[in-house]
Design a protein around this ligand. Structure first.
Ligand SMILES: *Cc1c(COP(=O)(O)O)cnc(C)c1O
Length: 365
């Protein structure tokens, strides 16, 4: 089997130990004679999987008791609709921090809901989203909440600390850095994340929401109602059993690795190594403002699309896969999620150095 380093932005690399455990117990989960894919979502086997997954996630993120945890479907994208329906109920207005593609998708979806209006309270547009906008901390907009994309998967920017927005609930999209760095859950009214980036397989969305917000939400169709989903512990209908099981194994793995703080330390080391190389390179560079840089998604370019393609080919030939940048920004992107090992970053840099030398040689010759 080829030993590849997978830099994909999502679905993305999972911990090898977790995949091996899935393989080991795939045909008979806990000696039941059934695969985890075959057991009832009403069985005690699954109830335990879900209970353990939730309590381990609570331990990892220090989720206070007054927050509910939901395991849903529909991806992070469905939360672009659910959050407004459930939370934009008094002013019927949402403040958005526009940091690029995913925040714009959230804005577009909110605008489709009858009666809801949006207000861009800050935008990174003038830097072409290579820099996070400054948010006025005295801001007192007349909105129900403010939506922030904590880590911008495509542009490679991240709020490493939560913007200080006085007196407003923050709804945070953490799809690509949940569990990869420490945030204080109490700084948010709600956090959501699609699982397929920094947690596990696609098909699962984690929602963490303060209970008073759930209580105040209006009557809605069941699958769109946090209140009804909380009341049924996310099992209003058949939940994504296999994805929840895998996520639970990843949470256990994270605990054995030292938890979120240990992950953050490792992620900083991995990212710093690559940023240091990029900043010193005469060929490759990071287009992202130093203060705004993400730990988990690192775009880089040569400035020449043809050279970028040649590099991606060389990387593939060296078993470094998934480096092609998002079609919106081009170039390359290295996604260095929790399960991505330091050795892969070192190997990438070795191949980049080789490419840089060859290219310079050509210029000189
Ligand atoms: C990938 C991503 C999304 C969309 O996630 P889906 O689960 O595919 O709906 C939303 N926000 C961010 C920040 C993302 O990285």
């Amino acid at each position: 089997m080829a030993n590849v380093y997978n830099f994909s932005a999502g679905p993305a690399v999972m911990p090898r130990e977790v995949l091996e455990q899935v393989q080991k117990e795939l045909l008979s989960y806990k000696n039941s004679g059934m695969s985890v894919m075959e057991i009832s979502h009403r069985s005690s086997l699954f109830a335990d999987i879900q209970k353990d997954a939730e309590s381990n996630l609570r331990a990892l993120m220090n989720i206070p008791d007054e927050y509910d945890v939901l395991f849903l479907q529909g991806g992070a994208t469905l939360q672009f609709t659910m959050a407004p329906l459930n939370l934009a109920i008094n002013k019927r207005k949402i403040g958005f921090v526009d940091t690029g593609h995913w925040s714009q998708r959230a804005i577009e979806e909110a605008q489709l809901i009858d009666g809801i209006s949006v207000n861009k309270i800050a935008s990174g547009e003038d830097s072409n989203y290579t820099k996070l906008p400054k948010i006025d901390d005295s801001l007192q907009e007349n909105v129900d909440y403010i939506h922030v994309t904590l880590n911008n998967t495509i542009e490679g920017t991240a709020f490493r600390t939560v913007p200080n927005i006085k007196g407003q609930s923050i709804v945070g999209d953490m799809s690509s850095n949940i569990l990869g760095q420490r945030y204080n859950v109490r700084d948010f009214g709600m956090i959501y994340a699609g699982a397929q980036k920094n947690i596990g397989p696609a098909g699962l969305t984690v929602v963490i929401i303060r209970h008073d917000l759930v209580e105040k939400a209006p009557e809605l169709p069941a699958m769109l109602s946090y209140k009804k989903l909380v009341a049924k512990h996310s099992t209003l209908n058949t939940p994504p059993v296999f994805a929840i099981y895998c996520a639970g194994l990843v949470f256990e793995w994270l605990l054995t690795q030292g938890g979120v703080d240990a992950m953050e330390k490792r992620n900083r080391e991995k990212a710093q190594l690559l940023y240091d190389y990029l900043d010193a390179s005469t060929l490759f560079q990071s287009p992202v403002d130093v203060e705004s840089r993400s730990l988990t998604n690192i775009p880089f370019v040569t400035g020449n699309a043809e050279l970028d393609n040649q590099f991606i080919e060389l990387a593939n030939a060296n078993n470094l896969v998934g480096l092609k940048g998002h079609r919106l920004v081009g170039g390359m992107r290295a996604s260095l999620y929790n399960a991505f090992p330091m050795e892969g970053v070192k190997k990438l840099i070795t191949v980049m150095e080789k490419f840089e030398l060859e290219h310079k040689h050509k210029e000189v010759g």
